[in-house]
Design a protein around this ligand. Structure first.
Ligand code: GLN
Ligand code: ZN
Length: 767
């Protein structure tokens, strides 16, 4: 008999109950008992939903108060000194302190002693985990009972469960060595006994199967890490329960031989991301092991093509008849919770979608189709799924001839500016007449409560369009006046009218759809609600021109138009699965290109196209990087190349790891790039040592993530570092990122210092 299971379920709640409870708890409005009760109710509800959907084995350990990696750090006692409780065992307060930091005020000064653990992206998802901190003398000890308690809780509810833990190699891989340098792998032998302990305790609780997540098996691993796998699993193989090792997000590829031979009882693979690995797996995985096939996409909102999935499963069934498991590709953490709540989507679109609850039902019906192919219910559901696939394949809502034709007509010249940078910049300089070290900001100004209230009232129909427009115009006037008084050189309108840098544009592009409750956890209590790319994308009319033209009309200074780039639009949306990411990026590029051209026609001399998510699109495997970088840079150039040489194109990226993609960033050929550098003390500019970045660049001179106001000396010091690597005439002066999360007082204070820094730099240059 085939078995159905899920690798994990979203923990946040269909109504974001966990988010609300956490935030109430942090504000002191909900005590710990109240918070724990919400968690317990959510777990119970989620198990029941999965069981009702028809799953055989339910996950435990997918619930986390903040993040599952952080839960493991507590379990293993990986608690940095600065968070160790003075006495007794760590509690939820320890966990939240590690996640959010503790600000201890001493003598009126902010003390960084309690700074939170670093946060970073979980593989190539938009989920962020808390990075474990290891020291050379790291000790591990079982310090957290959550997993065992939740197993008891599920058993008490009568569920058959499969606990989920992060495997030892993946856990070590995700952490960071702190203090004296050492190799994290050296910690493995100290860590493994804990796995033995945990598995033995789970077995004693009556657990038959445990799922051990080792997603790093989908990465390019150094040889010593590959070797360590065998060693580690040889040691934990003796624990008296069955082990399913799970790899997801990427194919096993060169780690396949290693994975199939691990001394464990089963292997889960992601067939959505890497279907091509199936034949090889069928060939090489010993038939006495369990093969779990992730055929339902855990990372997107589209309904599964059940016939296609079934045919993959049937191939496997011949060899793994009694040992075949059916699952989502990865944990359902990355999809929204329940489609049934979407009361404002039309029936057709709804019939194409599946959220976590619906995905569980898909997994269950595929399992039934293997076990009981003649069941009338199975036959009906499969036929229905086939109908839906057909209706999508031919829907005029998805396929737009005009978009296809435009895409097909693109030539190489379309993604090429007329002249090379050296010629363009001369024309731009004489047109813009900016001083050396020109000052600018990244686009947004403080999103004040008044702005948010006005937008909310407008959306609820309580504020008329003209009143809303007037309210936003007044914000723009305010922002322009402040910038003129500050003496900034290139102004922005402030983005008051934008809720979010992707959603604002998606709402105006044809081919997007929006949910009401499609929340996905990003980190801790933070959720995002990505827009869905449903069909071919196009821009029916200008999206920003009125606002920017209005702003330019208020000033004689240069007003910079502000757009979000195609790669970022794509990365922060749920993409289609029937066409490639490349095609979707190019459609977006054409839509944005039209906007760039319209801004130019409206007299705007500088247009910035933000690509905040450019680097996150990188595939997990290095071999696939260049392919991605090629189309991603081309998409950017396609949207930036419709304008005359004298129109200056800026781009902005906010992260500090550039070294490995610097050549592609240069290939984007933006006239000016503004980047994050201040937090890393301009270390990022090391990339510019080895590679001579050819165009203008604005290395951020202050960190906008905190309200701290740096003085101009600090900024000059940072710029002096930059001048050592980049000729002064190609440098701009700007903050790290947009200022929307800041308040006006600190924003003005910091910008006064920034303008003063630029003036001093100019004076020094001309002296
Ligand atoms: N223009 C955007 C802003 O200033 C850029 C935001 C970002 O890069 N994340 O807010
Ligand atoms: Zn930014």
């Amino acid at each position: 008999m085939a078995v159905s299971h899920s690798l994990g379920f979203p923990r946040i709640g269909a109504d974001r109950e966990l988010k609300k409870a956490l935030e109430a708890h942090w504000k002191g409005e909900l005590d710990e008992a109240g918070l724990r009760l919400v968690g317990k109710q959510l777990r119970a509800a989620h198990w029941q939903l999965q069981k009702d959907a028809g799953l055989d084995l339910l996950p435990v350990g997918d619930f986390a108060w903040y993040d599952q990696v952080l839960t493991h750090s507590l379990s293993f006692g990986v608690i940095p000194e600065r968070f160790k409780p003075q006495s007794g065992a760590p509690g939820l307060d320890t966990l939240f302190a590690m996640a959010r930091g503790v600000s201890q005020r001493c003598c009126g000064q902010h003390d960084s002693a309690g700074h939170a653990l670093e946060m970073t992206k979980w593989f190539d998802t938009n989920y962020h985990y808390l990075v474990p901190e290891f020291t050379a003398d790291q000790q591990f000890q079982l310090s957290w009972e959550q997993l065992f308690e939740e197993v008891d809780e599920a058993h008490a509810l009568g569920h058959k469960v499969k606990p989920v833990v992060i495997g030892p190699l993946t856990y070590l891989w995700l952490g960071k060595a702190k203090g004296e340098a050492f190799d994290k792998l050296e910690l493995l032998d100290r860590l493994l006994p804990l796995y033995g302990e945990i598995l033995t305790r789970l077995a004693a609780q009556g657990v038959e199967w445990v799922q051990i997540d080792e997603p790093i098996l989908g990465l390019d691993l150094p040889q010593d890490w590959k070797n360590a796998f065998e060693r580690a699993y040889n040691l934990i193989q003796h624990a008296p329960l069955k082990k399913l090792v799970a790899c997801y997000f990427s194919g096993l590829e060169d780690n396949l031989g290693l994975a199939v031979n691990l001394p464990v009882d089963g292997l889960h693979v992601d067939l959505v991301r890497a279907p091509e690995q199936l034949p090889m797996l069928l060939d090489r995985l010993p038939a006495y092991k369990v093969l779990s096939l992730g055929v339902v996409n855990g990372r997107n909102v589209w309904g599964c093509d059940l016939e296609a999935a079934l045919s993959q499963l049937q191939q496997a069934e011949q060899r793994f008849a009694g040992n075949l498991w059916v699952a989502g590709s990865c944990s359902l953490l990355h999809s929204p919770v329940d489609l049934r709540r979407e009361d404002q989507l039309d029936d057709e679109l709804k019939s194409w979608l599946a959220f976590a609850v619906q995905k569980c039902a898909e997994i269950a019906v595929l399992t039934k189709a293997l076990n009981n192919p003649q069941s009338p219910e199975v036959i009906r559901v499969l036929e229905h799924s086939a109908d839906i696939q057909r209706s999508r394949a031919s829907s005029s809502r998805i396929h737009k001839e005009a978009v296809h034709q435009r895409l097909a007509a693109i030539t190489a010249a379309d993604s090429q500016r007329t002249s090379a940078f050296a010629e363009r910049i001369e024309l731009q300089r004489s047109r813009l007449q900016l001083p050396a070290f020109p000052t600018t900001t990244i686009g947004s100004f403080p999103q004040t409560p008044a702005i948010r209230l006005a937008r909310q009232a407008f959306k609820q129909g309580k504020l008329s369009r003209s009143d809303y427009t007037e309210a936003m115009y007044s914000e723009i006037r305010h922002a322009v006046t402040i910038q003129e008084n500050l003496g900034l050189d290139v102004l922005v309108h402030g983005e008051a009218e934008r809720n979010d840098m992707v959603e604002y544009f998606a709402e105006q592009i044809d081919g997007y759809a929006f949910t009401r409750f499609g929340w996905v956890q990003s980190y801790g209590s933070r959720c995002v609600k990505p827009a869905i790319i449903v069909g071919d994308l196009s821009r029916p009319q200008p999206m920003t021109v009125d606002w920017i033209r209005y702003a330019q009309g208020l000033t004689n200074k240069v007003m910079k138009g502000m757009l979000t780039g195609p790669v970022t639009m794509l990365m922060w949306s749920f993409p289609r699965e029937d066409v490639s990411r490349e095609v979707q990026a190019k459609q977006l590029a054409l839509a944005i290109r039209d906007e760039v051209v319209d801004l130019e026609a409206a007299g705007i001399r500088i247009v910035q196209i933000d690509e905040a998510a450019f680097r996150e699109g990188l595939p997990l495997r290095k071999a696939a990087w260049q392919g991605y970088l090629d189309w991603a840079t081309e998409a950017f150039r396609l949207c930036a190349s419709g304008v005359r040489d004298e129109t200056q194109i800026h781009t902005h990226m906010c992260y500090s790891e550039f070294n490995d993609v610097i050549e592609s960033i240069a290939a984007m050929d933006a006239d000016v790039i503004t980047i994050e550098t201040s937090r890393s003390d301009m270390e990022l500019l090391d990339a510019f040592e080895a590679f001579a970045y050819p165009n203008d660049i604005g290395p951020g001179v202050y960190d906008i993530h905190s309200p701290r106001v740096p003085d101009s000396r600090e900024m000059i010091k940072l710029m002096s570092k930059a001048v050592k690597r980049i000729p002064a005439e190609r440098l701009w002066v700007n903050p790290d990122c947009g200022l929307k999360t800041r308040a006006w007082p600190e924003t003005e204070a910091a910008l006064i210092n920034m303008v003063s820094a630029a003036r001093q730099l100019r004076a020094a240059l001309s002296a």
